[in-house]
Design a protein around this ligand. Sequence first.
Ligand SMILES: O=C(O)CCC(=O)C(=O)O
Length: 381
Amino acid sequence: MAEQEQSPLQNLWHELRDLTLGTTTQIDHISSPPTPLHFLRNYVSPNKPCLISNSINHWPATSLWHSTPYLLNTLSSSPVSLHLTPKGHADSLSRHPTSSSSLCFASAEVQRVRFEDALTRVLESDTKRCVGYLQQQNDCFRSEYGALRNDCDEDIDWASQAFGCLPEAVNLWIGNEMSETSFHKDHYENVYAVVSGEKHFLLLPPTEVHRMYIRDYPAAQYHYSQDNGEFSLELEEPARNVPWCSVNPYPSPELKEKEMAKFPLYFNGPRPFEVTVKAGEVLYLPSMWFHHVRQSPDSRGLTIAVNYWYDMRFDIKYAYFNFLQLLPHSMLCNCASSGKLGVESQNNSSICYSEDESSMDNTTASANDNISNDPDDAAEK
Ligand SMILES: O=C(O)CCC(=O)C(=O)O
């Protein structure tokens, strides 16, 4: 990249990309399952994502799950967890229910319903101002969906050998194109297999934590009224705050300029890695990487995926990450004199900070920093 004055944090972002991750938006694509040693050396140890083809072709799921009657017959009336939101954005920022000038962290209404009813709700989502997403990140594949268990491998063998353990949780995700998962990170090594449809990931390495503008938001919960088909959003009691990423990478056109001005480190910095995981492919999503997920459905209107969460190692990388995220945004201020982020920037505008941002640490923010003008915000961001 071009020689220019950079802050220490910007140096870190670029150095990691130059040394190991690469300077494009692509991640490595491996055309057959790696050996455990190759996977460990080239991806797990350097905490680097990769996409793997031809690793789950032998799963019965890759053919059987394209048949809706098969899914209905196998699961029939099994109770499953259905997440309901007005627009498909669960665990994401939404307009605060009592203070229209700020945001809160909104969780979905979760209902336990028979699989056949739940699937209908997912398929009919777009017609009802109520979006259903079948998911529960609590090992649901081996519990709620136990009847499908033999359709996939119990674990991903090359991954289990590299990690030295079996998966801690295996989760099933059945959604449609309206469901979107906002930027967040997990303390798990994630091996994410798509069975039907496609998933579109944006990925940012943990070193770029400042670009996510993690702030504390009051926790709230959607409630869906069966009577009038409307959602209400209520603050949790007792009150608690959830630290969450402030950046929406796909703001509506009318909001784009404002969002770019509020979150310049994201919008003017190096582009996130972009990967589409197609049916039959597997993404290795390393622990602590920030990810944002959208989906494209198959011809039925469904996207189906299974992911394996393996315990991460709480080693020196974790300790460095904790140290890094305590550094204040003011560590980025040197670049004010150079005014640019480099050739991989997402656009040509210069990086800058609002006055409050430059003096803010990453755990405090005034509510007003997070206000969006998005007309959608009346219901959800
Ligand atoms: O598929 C999704 O919607 C989200 C997946 C995700 O966030 C995860 O596996 O950690």
